[in-house]
Ligand binder design. Sequence first.
Ligand code: GLC
Length: 430
Amino acid sequence: MQTILSRPEYERQVAATRDARMEWWRDARFGMFIHFGAHTLIGRNEWAMALENWDIKDYEDVARKFRPEPGCTREWARLAAEAGMKYMVLTTRHHEGYSLWDSKANPYNAVAFSGGFDIVKEFVESCHEFGLKVGFYFSLMDWHHPDSWRCAFDPEARGRFQDFLKGMLTELLGGDYGKIDILWYDVSRPMESHEGWGSLQMNQMVRELQPDIIINNRSKLDEDFSTPEERITAMEGKDWEACMTFNHISWGYLDNTQAAPYSYNAHGILRMLHTVCASGGNLLLNIGPRPDGSVPAEAIEPLQTVGRWLEAYGDAAVYGSLTPCKVRSASGVGRFTQRGKTLYFWQWIRSEQLIFGGFETKLKSIRLLPSGTPVAFSQTDRRIIVEPPAAELSDPIVNITVFEMEFEAPPVHNRCSAYPQLHTGEVFLK
Ligand code: GLC
């Protein structure tokens, strides 16, 4: 019999091991989210079953035809590694209630029901092959299981459904798939509390099976990290990961030609990545593979380009222990990330003059990355005037040039002397 710790005691124990468990994740910064399932065949958003009010039997007829090509997960993992991502999270089951692995607990799955292959198993192998950490997304909400909606008012249904969830989690985390790095819960409806879901018990079981695992905050307990969705919002004093669709519309596959115009380019992805790096978070960027499992065309080139950029600048300006950067408004043509005394200026608009206002700390050097070529500058009262390097020295990959600026001490950036109200928020007229 499992002894269940009280919530305070459980949270104390989880917090005590957090720094050690989260170290790799905090350094990683960038991961790939994959939304894949029977909804992929419909191609009109992963919520299609509910939004379009599908009858369960008709939807099962769709799921029966779900037969992605073996090997597709390697394509995802190869692209993630090429993009400079360090981990992947796959929807092992989405709200439609269909499992992507050979589950005994849930016969409605890719193998037993659709006669396909164990996608989760191949996914784990592919992550290992490309040196990526492994994350499992796991929906609590379920539109297929007869007990799931009854849970809200029927204690017996709730008990059965909790056992069903624990049975699936035991399969995923308790053996065959080896070490799993992240458990990414989603949508805890219809119950509104962790008591309703038995999350304390469920997550203690998870941690017994996988002592090093990192759990997100969507089972009604805070656990290890928060998950702002479709927005990049810094969360002070907490670990957080912004999850973003590739096209502002859908996590699941959408017909390519429709989704493409809404998709990010490499510049847009790097802007998002910059925001998370400057404010202490991670970016989990989604793709929804096609029904055969191949990567949507519009995601390939942008991600490969991002990867080439990260290859050149990532070790300096992106990965590892960055300092949350307080310097927000010293230039209109780019932004900074920070590591102790050093700032990395990501210049995304080229300009004839480059001037930074408001620094009080003495600047020792500016070097152009990745070559390390010194850049001339002068520093007067709260103004750093940079000699912009020759155009041919600017970044050839996506035209985001990075300057490494080493200060004498962690830079103090205050008000510009001529415009003190800028930084203090003082207003003179209301
Ligand atoms: C939402 C949606 C879901 C998606 C998820 C990703 O909660 O219900 O479709 O999987 O967000 O964060």
